[in-house]
Design a protein around this ligand. Structure first.
Ligand code: SF4
Length: 228
């Protein structure tokens, strides 16, 4: 018997989690990383699940014509093999599929991409500095591979970088931006650190658009600096 999808919660309506779409968001349990700015740290544990795929499908049955799609978020949605079957079923129900991922499961991402309409990929640091943020070794190479897979697939995507001044310098931001643009990423968002909802490990400091190195925004078709 297939394993159930471990869901920590469902946001019924969101206009911000998938730009341009009205979507519900399924927050899946489980993540192997420990980013100090995580705002869903309770969901790092698979044990945080309170719902499963039957709750999601039941919710969607009553939302035909009201929602464009479902964003699989988390936690890390691809930490569960059951996510692939759930994406397929959501499509069969007539909804589009969005994915928020940190890119740490490129193999499972390859299976998911044919089922996905849009990806929000976290790009947390320069590739060789990932451990500074993810707190797990050898993670940058996995994300770089995931990014390559998304770009090869042609699936619509947004790269997003959360910026805390103690984790990334302006030079790091420039390195990330130039790398992404050089690979063909067209949409990039810098997200200023938000203290609310974190464990409080990081100082409550933020960054401002004026701190973004000059010339980066122009490298992208769509660029956004998001404030809390
Ligand atoms: S990858 Fe995402 S869910 Fe996992 S610890 Fe980092 S911010 Fe939290």
């Amino acid at each position: 018997m297939a394993e159930h999808l471990l869901i920590g919660g469902i946001t019924p309506f969101s206009t911000v989690d998938w730009p341009g779409k009205l979507a519900c968001v399924a927050f899946l349990a489980g993540c192997p990383w420990r980013c100090p700015y995580c705002q869903n740290h309770a969901l790092q544990s698979f044990g945080a699940a309170t719902l499963d795929e039957r709750d999601l499908y039941g919710f969607l049955e009553a939302r035909h014509g009201l929602l464009d799609g479902v964003v699989f978020s988390g936690g890390e949605p691809l930490a569960q093999a059951a996510t692939i079957d759930a994406m397929r079923h959501v499509r069969e129900l007539g909804f589009q599929v969005g994915l928020h991922t940190c890119g740490c499961y490129p193999g499972r991402l390859a299976d998911a991409l044919p089922l996905v309409d849009w990806v929000g990929l976290d790009v947390k640091a320069p590739w060789d500095a990932y451990e500074r943020v993810a707190r797990v070794a050898a993670t940058g190479e996995l994300v770089r591979r995931s990014l390559e897979l998304i770009l090869e697939s042609g699936v619509d995507m947004e790269a997003r970088t959360t910026w805390h001044p103690h984790l990334l310098s302006p030079e790091d931001i420039a390195t990330i931006g130039h790398d992404l643009a050089g690979r063909g990423v067209r949409t990039w968002a810098i997200q200023a650190y938000r203290h609310a909802g974190t464990t409080g490990e990081l100082a409550d400091e933020t960054v401002y658009p004026s701190e973004v190195p000059a010339g980066l925004a122009e490298l992208f078709e769509t660029y956004e600096f998001r404030r809390a």
